[in-house]
Each structure stands twice: as C-alpha cells, then as structure tokens.
Design a protein around this ligand. Structure first.
Ligand SMILES: Nc1ncnc2c1ncn2[C@@H]1O[C@H](COP(=O)(O)OP(=O)(O)OP(=O)(O)O)[C@@H](O)[C@H]1O
Ligand SMILES: [Mg+2]
Length: 250
C-alpha cells in the first residue's frame, strides 16, 4: 500500500461500526499533499462515511485520523469547526443560496470568516468567478438564471474562496449530462493545477472510472470498509485485484 511523507490526510486503523454493522474495517490510508486522489468503490462500500471522518463530522469507533498533521481526536468541537475552514467542499448539487446572486454566493464565506473590506471582497469574488470560467455578464445572475454547469462553477468558486488546503468532491458529476461531466472534470483538474503551488490537495469520490483515471494522480479502491487497492492512476487499470477489474470493466 502507498504511504507518503507528511501527508495531507493520514488514516490509521480506522474502524467504524453502527450497531453490529462494521462499515470501515481497520482502514489505513495516506493522501499526499498537492495531488488529486480519487476513491472509487461500489455503492455502500463506505466512501461517504470515510469522507465524513476526514471532515470530523463522524467520529471513529477506533483508530486515528490526522489532517494536515493534526489528530482530529485532539480538537474540541469549537476548534474542529474552525479547523474545517481548511476544507472546501463541492456537493453533488451545487447547493447555492437561491436568493443570492453568483457573486453574493461566493462572497458569503468571505463576509462570514474574513475581515476583508467590501471592495476587497468584491474584487476577490470577480477574480474567483473568472478563474472558474464565469463571465462578468453572469456575476450578478441568480442561480435560477444559470445553467447546471455554471452553477457547479459558482459552487466551486465559493468552495475555493477561503483558499482551502483540501478540496473534497463527493460524486461531482453524478446526474450530469456527458458534456457537463467533461467540463466539471476539466474544471477539477485545472483548479488543482492552479492551486498546486500552495499545496492544495483534492479528494474525489466517484463512480466514473474513465474520467477518474484521466484527471487523478492516485486512485484508491474501497471495498467493504477497506482500501484494497491504491495505485498511481496510470497503473490502476492494470490492477490484478479481481474486484477492481470488475469495476473498471463495468
Ligand atoms: N449514520 C449511519 N447509521 C447507520 N448506518 C450507516 C450510517 N451511515 C452509513 N451507514 C451504512 O454504511 C454503509 C456505507 O455507506 P456510505 O454512505 O459510506 O456508502 P458509499 O460508499 O458512499 O455509497 P454510495 O456510492 O451509494 O454513496 C451503508 O451500508 C450504510 O447503510
Ligand atoms: Mg456516498
């Protein structure tokens, strides 16, 4: 199994049980800094549960989760909430505020969590929206006036506003048409490139093998609560693991 020096996320012997159902089973997993890592797996494998542990939204039955060198178990609820500012999250449905314009959506976390002036916030929001390919003419539109793909872009700009160390994508392309899917994958890739210098890490949960292999640096396969394969993306399709082969050839 791959391990990394000074990883963004280090998971050691993580077990999570609900009643007598073991969902994560003595799982070990390192996610390196500055890379795109995708977690693949069949429905019910435990992917979202794993993500919730990384965010500190769920607590392990046993084992440790360290994020950016910090053991999450050592953080109080208040510090944990603050610590989550290290994360940006893009949801399946962009989850924008319907009554706020694109620009106001992006401004929201900046107003909430920074001391920037109104003018500084506005300039930053325009720059963020530009960076994800939303043209000036649409900056003041409401979400209902934007296409699905544009809403995704605005959601991504908002997630990036506080310059997170780790971007999380849970099923970013599920339910999108093929062209928008392609666009979102390119956007994830270009966003990662653009934020590489400051060491931003991207973690993707996906069902989409083909796109994953194209844009990721490393791919992990989760099965019944365990990482059973973890390889550089270019080697993943040649995995000798039978389940991985089944998944890749679906
Ligand atoms: N809060 C909970 N209480 C009880 N069981 C849970 C809870 N959360 C998740 N589970 C169980 O854990 C298992 C894994 O769920 P999880 O949502 O992590 O799967 P997943 O890999 O994300 O699947 P999908 O691809 O369908 O999103 C499932 O059997 C689910 O029923
Ligand atoms: Mg899930």
């Amino acid at each position: 199994m791959l391990s990394f020096e000074n990883p963004a996320v280090r998971i050691e012997n993580l077990t999570k049980t609900f009643g007598d159902h073991t969902v994560l089973n003595d799982l070990n997993f390192d996610i390196p800094r500055g890379k795109i890592v995708t977690i693949l797996g069949f429905s019910g494998a435990g992917k979202s549960t794993l993500l919730k542990h990384i965010l500190g939204l769920m607590h392990p039955t046993s084992g440790t989760i360290s994020v950016l060198g910090e053991n999450l178990a050592n953080l109080s609820n208040v510090s944990l909430r603050e610590f989550r500012q290290n994360f940006g999250m893009l949801f399946q449905y962009a989850a924008l505020f319907d009554s706020l314009s694109a620009l106001e959506n992006v401004a929201f976390p900046l107003k909430e969590f920074t001391k920037l002036s109104k003018a500084e916030i506005e300039a930053k929001c325009h720059a963020l929206l530009d960076s994800v390919g939303i043209q000036e003419i649409s900056h003041n539109k409401l979400p209902s006036e934007l296409s699905g793909g544009m809403r995704k872009r605005v959601g991504l700009a908002r997630a990036l506003a506080l310059e997170p160390q780790i971007m999380l994508y849970d099923e970013p392309t599920t339910g999108l048409d093929p062209i928008t899917t392609h666009m979102v994958n390119d956007l994830i890739s270009s966003t990662s490139q653009r934020n590489k210098d400051r060491g931003m890490t991207s973690i993707i949960i996906s069902h989409d093998v083909k796109a994953t292999l194209r844009i990721s640096d490393f791919v992990a396969f989760l099965d019944r609560g365990n990482i059973v394969e973890y390889l550089p993306a270019k080697d993943f399709a040649n995995s000798t693991n039978e389940l991985v082969q089944e998944f890749v050839n679906l």
